[in-house]
Design a binder for this molecule. Structure first.
Ligand code: SF4
Ligand code: SF4
Length: 135
């Protein structure tokens, strides 16, 4: 039986680069500062970035969805703008909703294969808190 009180702590989460969280009918929002960073990374202007890669609806700007995935999801299964991807992408799946809501934790865990199978809600809350303190 596993004993979490002995030895180094086991990783609660390690991304498997499955690309699941880059798929769906919409993507996360992208702030103005993030848009500028992506444009600079791609070596294009802000207007060109907006026209080719972004969509604005209801006052919120997000990345376009093409063939069921974010437009920046690469053919190699990786994020093509990884160094400058939006904050909401960087923090996933360590979402703050995990802190107060066990149902949210269970839903997020079920949706992301990067969590250790036997990871507990307490462990997840601890790493979300650590992540929030660092950011
Ligand atoms: S769903 Fe989880 S394991 Fe898969 S790419 Fe996203 S964060 Fe990584
Ligand atoms: S920016 Fe990158 S990590 Fe974020 S949804 Fe698009 S492809 Fe995925």
């Amino acid at each position: 039986m596993d004993d979490n009180t002995k030895g180094p702590p086991r990783a609660v989460f390690e991304c498997k680069c499955c690309g699941h969280c880059c798929h769906g009918v919409k993507t996360v929002s992208v702030s103005k500062k993030e848009q500028e960073g992506i444009a600079e990374f791609l070596g294009i202007g802000l207007e060109e970035l907006k026209e080719r890669f972004l969509v604005t609806e209801g006052g919120s700007t997000s990345m376009k969805v093409v063939d069921g995935h974010c437009i920046f999801y690469g053919k190699d299964g990786l994020c093509s703008i990884h160094p400058v991807k939006p904050f909401h992408c960087k923090r996933w799946p360590l979402h703050p909703s995990i802190l107060a809501d066990e149902a949210a934790w269970l839903a997020i865990k079920a949706d992301c294969q990067g969590f250790r199978e036997d990871a507990t809600w307490d462990e997840a809350k601890r790493i979300v808190e650590e992540w929030m303190n660092e950011s």
